[in-house]
Design a protein around this ligand. Sequence first.
Ligand code: PLP
Length: 372
Amino acid sequence: MIKFLDLNKLNKQFEADFQSKMKQFLDKGWYILGEEVKTFEYDFAAYCGTKYCIGVGNGLDALVLIFKAYMQLGKLKKGDEVIVPANTYIASILAILQADLVPVLVEPKIETYNLDPDLIEVNISSKTKAILAVHLYGQLADMNAINHIAKKHNLLVIEDAAQAHGAILDVANDEFEFKKAGNLANAAGFSFYPGKNLGALGDAGAITTNDDELAAVLFSMRNYGSKVKYHNEMIGVNSRLDELQATFLNVKLPYLDEENTTRRAIAKRYLIEIKNDKIILPFWNESDNHVFHLFVIRTENREQLANYLKENGIETMIHYPIAPHHQEALKDMKSMCFSITEKIHDEVLSIPLNSGLTNGEVNKIVKVINEY
Ligand SMILES: *Cc1c(COP(=O)(O)O)cnc(C)c1O
């Protein structure tokens, strides 16, 4: 069986390093917000090209805290509207709701599965104050267009970069000198959930930004609203990047670009070699703006294809089977209609793609799909 994702295999190559760092960790006995978190924050900010990285508990918290920090700074207030793609992973929408803001769902482009800039402006109201741009499946949203719209309407732009560590904007733009995911807007939220392109061995997340004020609030807010122990300057939360997870992330960060390069190479093979009229392959302009967190194909009879692949020893997954506005948790949105989003959720199927796949496995996946 070719597993969809064999995390054990992927992390095995780091095992010796993990163990020696773990030994150091135990010997040192410093468990919360220590040197490893500081090192990771410094290195990940440098990697993204931002002034700051603030380590937090997970990707959802990263997004929630960005919104709450902007509220603390008076730049957002309860009830403000935030534009978000309708087909995103539900965490993006939950983050907006948990910050007492109002998500305004906007359809994606069917080609890229990312926000359609043409539909953003028609959804802007007097209450709209921000856009949450999601780089879904690892492909950057159209940040030049989104930043232009935001500038025109004086909106904040926040990246949900949970699936796009290391993606690079291919279109250089004079006005926006930013380059990498995490450095393409006002602030960005990352997740290091184990299955992400840069994954910890448990929950972890981070925020990147160039904004001094925002960073200062976030460093305090993630730690009970306190910079000096037992002095609480704001209503904070406990969402710190765990010192042990930072230790593992410090081992893995230097290999992130290599991981992404391998993912692109496999994606390129799939895009060239998979030839089947029943299957729609993902769009990619072959630049580094895509890190292929997922390789998502579409087909009319998804269940049939998934079963066929399973019978032939290939595990698949669906990202995602139910649209957010059809989820029980968001039943207020039940009556809404997003036909592109609904089509996507009916037809998508993710096939295995990660650096743990052997050439032989990729060959087999191509062959089996071509024979479907
Ligand atoms: C994984 C993910 C999140 C949430 O990250 P967690 O670390 O699981 O909280 C948010 N948005 C997107 C698009 C994700 O893929």
